[in-house]
Design a binder for this molecule. Structure first.
Ligand SMILES: Cc1cc2nc3c(=O)[nH]c(=O)nc-3n(C[C@H](O)[C@H](O)[C@H](O)COP(=O)(O)OP(=O)(O)OC[C@H]3O[C@@H](n4cnc5c(N)ncnc54)[C@H](O)[C@@H]3O)c2cc1C
Length: 678
C-alpha cells in the first residue's frame, strides 16, 4: 500500500484546541506510516481550510485525506467536496471526530490528546483501505405525499401545489384542519381561527394539483428518495363522493343523536351520520358504523331514504380501498395530542365536573361550538363568577414531560382575555410557573393582559378540591398553590378551572416513524436531521417533517415549517435526478448458500431471492446501507461498500495503537508527550 495521506487537525476555535493539544497531534500524525503531510489549522471547514486541502492534493499528490475535527454529520460533505474539487474521489476522505467524541466530553487534556491521536490513527488506517465509489443517480418522481392535514400539512401542500407540483394529502380524520379548526381566536392578534383557516382548507379541496384523501391512513411504505410506493387505506365513508352534493339532508333526517362529538371534545353531540364541523373539507358526511342502527341492527336507512340525489349517494355496501401511490418525497405533518389531565388525579379532571381542559374551553368559547360561545359551567347554563387557569399541566414537570409546551402560556393569556371580554365581572386567576412569551407581539399581549386586571399567581398548583374549609369555599373548587412571590400557601375558591395540558407527540408517532424508517426522540416527537441546521429534514432521504409532530409549536412556526419542507421538496423535484450515497450492500452470489436469513431481516425490503439460481441478491436502489444483512450473513459473503471488514478491522487496529505492544502497524509506540499549555 503506497498511499500518500494528508492529515488535517482542526482547532475549531477553542472547541477542540482548548482541551486537545492539536499541535502535538499534528506533529505525531506526521510521523505515522502513509502520512505525507500533517497540519493543524484554526477552522478546517473555512474556505481557507478547504483551500489548504485542495492545494496539498494538487501540489503534493495526496491520494487520501483525513480531517480530524467535528462530527461527520456536520462537515463530511464539505471535506468530500474539497477532495472532489481537487480531483480526488470524495470517498478517499475520512473524518475523525475529535470534538463531540473527545474535547467536548472531558477536561483531561492529556487523555483528550491521546484519544485524538487514536481517532486520527484509526482514520488513517481506514482511509488507506478505501475504495473509490461513485454516487448513484436517482430520478425524482415529481409527486409528493403530505401526511396530516393540519395547518402545517395544509401549508406544505398548498406551497407545492401552487408551484405546479402534484400533492397527495392524506388525513386520517374525515376533514382536514387539525387542531386549528377547533380553536376560537388565535393569539396574539385574536383573529378568528376559522376565518383564516377555512379559505386555505377550501383552496386545498379545490386545487387541481391536490388529491385529497381524508379518512385515510398510510399502511405501508416501500422505496426510497425519488421513488416511494405508499399504500394508503381509504376508509369507507359509505357515501358516494361522485354524486353527493353535501346538502346535509341525510344528517338532518338521521333520527339518532347519540354520540359525543370528537371535534367538540365531548362537550357536544353529533348524529351517527355526520360532518365533523360545518366548514369541513371535504363536504361529504361519514357514517359512524359502530353507532349506526342500520349497521348494528339492519334497520333504519333513513339517510338513504331521504337522500335527494339520483343515483342515491348513501352506499351501505362501500368497502375500504387500498391505494398504492407512487411519490418522490413525503412530508410528515401529523401534529400532536394533548396530555391526558386525568393522569394528575389531584387536579380532579374527570372527577370534578367544572374542571375543563384548554381544548374543551376553546370549543366552549367558539361561537359555532356546543354552547354557541357562552362560557358556562358543566350544567351548560350558569356562567362562572371566577375562573382559575392552570398552566403547565404535564409540561415542565419531571413526572410527566420535562419540556415546555411553548403555546400554553400564550393561549392561557388568550383565555383570560376572552373571559373578561364576555364576562367582565368574572375574576380570572392564572397559576403559572414562569410566563413564557417569546414571539412577535407575544410579550405585548402579556402586558395588555396585566392591564386587564387578570390575577397572576406564581406557583405550581398542588391540588384542586371541592372540600370546603370555610363558608366562602362552599360549592366551589378550591385551587391550592404555594405562591412563590407572596411566600405563602394560597387557597383560591373558584367556579371553574381550565387546565392547560402539555402538547404530546401524536399517540402513534412511533409506528409512523417506523414505517418511514426514521427516529423519534425521547418524548416521541419525530427527530430532525439536525436540530438547528436542518430542522425539517430527517435521517431518511426524501422524508421531511413539519409542524407540531417535530415538537411543540404555535401556528406561525407550523406554517413556516410546512413552507420550508415544501421548499426542500421543490428543490429536489426541480433537480429531476439526485445523486445518492453509494454506500450499499452487495452479495457474492457465487458464494451465497441461499439460506435466506438476510431476506427477512432487511428493514428496507431490499433483498430478493432468486428462485432460479437459489441465491439472494440486493436491489441496490432500495438498499440504504444499514449493514444489517452484512452482520447477519452466516457465511460472511455480504459486503457493505465503504464498510468492508478490512476497513473496519484496520480502523479498530488504529484505534488501539497505544495499547498494542509495538504501537500498532509496525510503528513504535510514541512516548507520552510533554503537554503544551492550553
Ligand atoms: C387549546 C389550544 C389553543 C391554541 N391556541 C393557539 C393560538 O391561539 N395560536 C397559535 O399560534 N397556536 C395555538 N395553538 C397551537 C396550535 O394548535 C398548533 O400550533 C397547530 O395546530 C399545529 O399544527 P399541526 O398541523 O402541526 O398539527 P395538528 O393541528 O395537530 O394537525 C395534524 C393533523 O394530522 C392528522 N394526522 C395525525 N396522524 C396522522 C396519520 N398517521 N395519518 C394521517 N393524518 C394524521 C391529524 O388528524 C391532524 O389533522 C393552540 C393549541 C391548543 C391545544
Amino acid at each position: 500500500m503506497s498511499e500518500k495521506v494528508g492529515v488535517y487537525i482542526c482547532h475549531c476555535g477553542t472547541n477542540i484546541a482548548k482541551i486537545v493539544d492539536v499541535k502535538e497531534v499534528a506533529r505525531w500524525a506526521g510521523e505515522q506510516e502513509h502520512v505525507a503531510i500533517a497540519r493543524d489549522y484554526q477552522f478546517m471547514c473555512s474556505s481557507l481550510g478547504q483551500d489548504l486541502i485542495e492545494e496539498d492534493i494538487t501540489t503534493l499528490g495526496l491520494t487520501r485525506v483525513v480531517v480530524a475535527s467535528c462530527s461527520p454529520h456536520m462537515h463530511e460533505k464539505t471535506f468530500r467536496s474539497a477532495c472532489e474539487r481537487a480531483g480526488l474521489n470524495p470517498f478517499f476522505c475520512e473524518m475523525a471526530n475529535i470534538r463531540e467524541h473527545d474535547s467536548w466530553i472531558t477536561d483531561d487534556r492529556q487523555a483528550a490528546t491521546l484519544k485524538a491521536k487514536s481517532l486520527t490513527k484509526a482514520a488513517i488506517e481506514r482511509v488507506v483501505r478505501h475504495q473509490p465509489l461513485e454516487p448513484i443517480p436517482v430520478h425524482i418522481n415529481p409527486n409528493t405525499m403530505v401526511i396530516g392535514g393540519g395547518i402545517a400539512g395544509i401549508s406544505a401542500a398548498l406551497e407545492l401545489a401552487e408551484g405546479g407540483f402534484h400533492v397527495y394529502l392524506v388525513e386520517r380524520e374525515p376533514s382536514i384542519g387539525g387542531h386549528m379548526a377547533q380553536l376560537d381566536k388565535t393569539f396574539p392578534t385574536l383573529d378568528c381561527s376559522a376565518c383564516i383557516l377555512t379559505p386555505k382548507m377550501v383552496d386545498v379541496g379545490q386545487h387541481p394539483n391536490i388529491t385529497l384523501l381524508t379518512y385515510s391512513e398510510v399502511e405501508a411504505v416501500d422505496g426510497y428518495l425519488g421513488d416511494f410506493v405508499v399504500t394508503v387505506r381509504k376508509k369507507a365513508r359509505y357515501i358516494n363522493e361522485e354524486t353527493c352534493t353535501g346538502c346535509g339532508i341525510c344528517i338532518e333526517k338521521c333520527p339518532f343523536k347519540v354520540v359525543d362529538s370528537k371535534f367538540d371534545v365531548g362537550l357536544g353531540e353529533r348524529k351517527v351520520i355526520y360532518r365533523p364541523f360545518p366548514q369541513a373539507v371535504p363536504k361529504y358526511p361519514v357514517i359512524d358504523t359502530e353507532n349506526c342502527v342500520y349497521f348494528q341492527r339492519g334497520k333504519c336507512k333513513a339517510c338513504q331514504l331521504f337522500c335527494p340525489t339520483h343515483p342515491n349517494s348513501i352506499d351501505f355496501e362501500q368497502k375500504d380501498e387500498l391505494l398504492e401511490i407512487e411519490v418522490g418525497n413525503v412530508i410528515l405533518a401529523t401534529g400532536y395530542n394533548l396530555f391526558d389531565c386525568s393522569q394528575i388525579p389531584q387536579y380532579g379532571y374527570g372527577r370534578l365536573a367544572n374542571v375543563f381542559t384548554s381544548l374543551e374551553f376553546e370549543r366552549m368559547v367558539n361561537a359555532s361550538g356546543p354552547t354557541s360561545g357562552r362560557i358556562v359551567m358543566r350544567d351548560m347554563e350558569t356562567p362562572p363568577k371566577s375562573v382559575a387557569i392552570v398552566h403547565c399541566v404535564g409540561s415542565r414537570d419531571k413526572n410527566y414531560h420535562e419540556y415546555c409546551s411553548k403555546v400554553c402560556c400564550m393561549y392561557s393569556l388568550k383565555f383570560a382575555h376572552l373571559i373578561h371580554e364576555r364576562l367582565p365581572a368574572t375574576e380570572v386567576y392564572n397559576f403559572y410557573i414562569d410566563i413564557r412569551t417569546p414571539g412577535k407581539g407575544y410579550e405585548e399581549f402579556y402586558h395588555r393582559l396585566m392591564d386587564e386586571d387578570v390575577h397572576f399567581i406564581r406557583g405550581k398548583v398542588a391540588e384542586i378540591t371541592d372540600i370546603a374549609r370555610s363558608p366562602e369555599e362552599n360549592g366551589k373548587l378550591i385551587v391550592q398553590a404555594y405562591d412563590t412571590l407572596f411566600g405563602a400557601q394560597r387557597r383560591i375558591p373558584v367556579d371553574m378551572v381550565i387546565l392547560s395540558p402539555a402538547m404530546e407527540a401524536y399517540r402513534d408517532s412511533k409506528e409512523v416513524a417506523q414505517l418511514f424508517k426514521m427516529g423519534c426522540d425521547f418524548d416521541g416527537f419525530f427527530v430532525e436531521r439536525h436540530p438547528k441546521l436542518d430542522p425539517v429534514a430527517t435521517m431518511t432521504d426524501g422524508v421531511f417533517i413539519a409542524g407540531a409532530c417535530q415538537g411543540p409549536k404555535d401556528i406561525p412556526d407550523s406554517v413556516s415549517q410546512g413552507a420550508a419542507a415544501a421548499a426542500r421538496v421543490a428543490g429536489l423535484i426541480s433537480r429531476e435526478t439526485v445523486m445518492m450515497e453509494p454506500v450499499r450492500a452487495s452479495i457474492d452470489t457465487d458464494a451465497c448458500s441461499g439460506c435466506r436469513i438476510c431476506n427477512n431481516l432487511c428493514p428496507y425490503n431490499a433483498i430478493e431471492y432468486d428462485t432460479v439460481n437459489k441465491v439472494s441478491t440486493v436491489v441496490t436502489s432500495l438498499c440504504q446501507g444499514c449493514g444489517t444483512c452484512v452482520a447477519a450473513c452466516p457465511s460472511g459473503i455480504i459486503t457493505g461498500a465503504h464498510f468492508t471488514n478490512e476497513q473496519l478491522m484496520a480502523q479498530i487496529e488504529g484505534l488501539l495503537w497505544d495499547v498494542r505492544p509495538n504501537g500498532g502497524n509496525g510503528k513504535t509506540k510514541a512516548p507520552e508527550p510533554e503537554m503544551a499549555p492550553a
